[in-house]
Design a protein around this ligand. Structure first.
Ligand code: IDP
Ligand code: MG
Length: 153
């Protein structure tokens, strides 16, 4: 099933010059970039996005980290995008992330773990709408589409 999901290349990815290498992985897998922009996250946006974590002791550090430098926000589309992309990203604690995952290859930290990806289809719908206006999302066909999937996929 074709899905859309939200990704954030966090400030550590931006500051470390990893944007291109990370985006390349998703393009190589066949995902289509339907939205892409560099933004500065406000404290309010951080509190909305991390509403499930605002009571945690590490939240103040997380908010400072996420709002101090820009992020690259991106919407990717493709088959089972939410689950497949979470697997490519790896678990929250990058020290436990397998090699080959983005967190496993680029980080060894729980808090500076490079990238955010929506964790369920329901969350993805909300997060895409939180970060992107309708007119910032683009419908187009990749020329590679007929080679990426069989006609029944
Ligand atoms: P996720 O990013 O893998 O979905 P969440 O539990 O939703 O993980 O947490 C969101 C972000 O909050 C993490 O990616 C990480 O940056 C930060 N975080 C989560 N748990 C901890 C922790 O125990 N210590 C420090 N930072 C954490
Ligand atoms: Mg999460």
């Amino acid at each position: 099933m074709k899905e859309r999901t939200l990704l954030l290349l966090k400030p550590d990815a931006v500051m470390r010059g990893l944007i291109g290498r990370i985006i390349t992985r998703f393009e190589s897998k066949g995902f289509k970039i339907v939205g892409l922009k560099m933004i500065h996250i406000s404290k309010d946006l951080s509190k909305d996005h991390y509403a499930h974590l605002t009571a945690k002791p590490f939240y103040p550090d997380l908010e400072k980290f996420m709002t101090e430098n820009p992020v690259v926000a991106m919407v990717l589309e493709g088959k089972e995008a939410v689950e497949v992309i979470r697997n490519i990203v790896g678990p929250t604690n990058a020290s436990k992330a397998a090699g080959g995952t983005i967190r496993g290859d680029f980080s060894n930290s729980t808090s500076r773990n490079i990238i955010h990806a929506s964790d369920s289809k329901e969350t993805a719908v909300k997060e895409v709408a939180r970060f992107f206006k309708k007119e910032e999302l683009h419908d187009y066909k990749l020329v590679s589409e007929s080679f990426l999937y069989a006609s029944d996929e």
